[in-house]
Design a protein around this ligand. Structure first.
Ligand code: PLP
Length: 397
């Protein structure tokens, strides 16, 4: 495997696995953001965004290129969660409406559905997993679509709690056939795999720039299909950017996905995101999608050989989120031990994955997320460190 060693500021001493999937900011991102802040300091915020108008517009153009759509179908958001809740707020849920989802949907999405149940009386249906461990059972999910005619079908492409890759395009084909509204959370897959919203067949898709895209924190985006725009979906709270105040009693949403944005933008962040996307496109999503999960597979293989370690990721071709349980350790001390060795990692707790961790009978796991800029040697270093910690167990101080 050849390393795709990227422009990564200062990565000598730390094994910079994506911490919680949060990738190292790429050098052009850092440059774009600091340049813009410099400009804001020199000429003023409004003037700086005007001066950078072409680059600012590239946020929408670059994400559109990444997802196989047009700039007018993309909205900036402050996080993937922000994009997701804005999308949900556009659906006029009525008591008795169904949200059909999976047992591996992101924790915050599940909490949002429960909040909709509390406030609007929606019913939440979880499609069962396939018995072979490959993720959701798409045939069973399609049967539930026909039985419930859900107001919304929602799936997370790669959940935060494991490397499972859900068959989002297969789900999308059924949604298209049945004319159902389909929302995909691509937070952990964008930047790791080539994505095409037409191929996935979704109406709405959310993502972040800070994980596998290696952009800044506090950023996300929402894809909104032409169908959703045409049918007049709009976020519950729409501002003077998303709509025109056409008379004392009237307003008209704008025609594009800008309907889901607000007047105020963090311009340095927006420019950083555009730089991150351009950078990922230049490195190439195909090579990234070959190398990143392959590094993860190598790590999984090494961890699986360690006594007292149980690798937890299911599915035929898991993504670069490597999760495992380890005997003899409590979660925080284990993560702290890795921190001490300068190995970036993240904990996943039962409360992040009530279904998945119940099925796997674990209360927590550790997640390691290698990225294309990591090396085989680093994978070896991390595996050796875990083996050492597994052998020694947690010392009570
Ligand atoms: C699958 C998935 N969806 C959504 C999110 C939320 O992203 P953000 O923190 O940018 O809102 C995460 C974060 O870890 C995630 O893993």
């Amino acid at each position: 495997m050849t390393a795709l060693r990227a422009d990564t500021p200062g990565c000598e001493s730390v094994v910079h696995f994506n911490n919680a999937g949060c990738g190292l900011v790429a050098r052009p991102v850092l440059q774009a953001m600091t340049d813009h802040l410099q400009l804001e300091a020199e000429i003023g915020g409004y003037e700086a965004s005007a001066a950078q108008e072409v680059r600012v517009r590239d946020f929408h153009a670059s994400i559109a290129e990444l997802l196989g759509t047009r700039p007018g179908n993309i909205a900036f958001a402050g996080s993937a969660t922000h994009a997701y809740t804005k999308a949900l707020s556009a659906i006029d849920f009525q008591p008795g409406d169904t949200v059909l989802t999976t047992r591996n949907d992101f924790v915050s999405n599940q909490i949002a559905f429960l909040a909709l149940r509390k406030r609007h009386g929606v019913e939440i249906v979880h499609a069962p997993d396939h018995p072979d461990g490959s993720g959701v059972d798409v045939d069973a999910m399609a049967a539930l679509m026909r039985a419930h005619r859900p107001r919304l079908v929602a799936a997370t492409h790669v959940p935060t709690n494991s490397g499972l890759v859900q068959p989002v395009a297969e789900i999308g084909r059924h949604c298209r056939e049945l004319g159902l509204l389909y929302l995909v959370d691509a937070c952990q897959s964008v930047g790791q795999y080539p994505l095409d919203v037409e191929e996935i067949g979704c109406d709405l898709l959310t993502g972040t720039c800070r994980k596998f895209l290696r952009g800044p924190r506090g950023s996300g985006f929402l894809y909104v299909s032409d169908r959703v725009l045409r049918e007049g979906y709009e976020p519950l709270f729409i501002d003077m950017y998303g709509a025109r105040w056409t008379g004392p009693d009237t307003y008209r949403p704008v025609d594009t996905a800008a309907r889901f944005e607000e007047w105020e933008f963090p311009y340095a962040t927006l420019l950083g995101c555009a730089a991150a996307v351009r950078y990922a496109l230049a490195v190439g999503l195909e090579p990234i999608s070959r190398r990143t999960p392959a590094l993860a597979a190598r790590l999984r293989g090494r961890l699986a050989e360690i006594d007292g370690v149980r690798v937890l990721d299911g599915g035929p071709a898991p993504a670069a989120l490597v999760t495992f349980a380890i005997d003899g350790w409590q979660p925080q001390p284990f993560k702290a031990a890795l921190d001490e060795l300068s190995i970036n990692s993240a904990l996943s707790l039962r409360e992040f994955a009530q279904f998945d961790f119940g099925d796997k009978d674990v209360d927590w796991c550790l997640r390691l997320s290698p990225h294309y800029y990591n090396t085989e040697d680093e994978v070896g270093t991390v595996a050796a460190a875990v083996a050492e910690l597994a052998a020694r167990g947690q010392r009570i101080h």
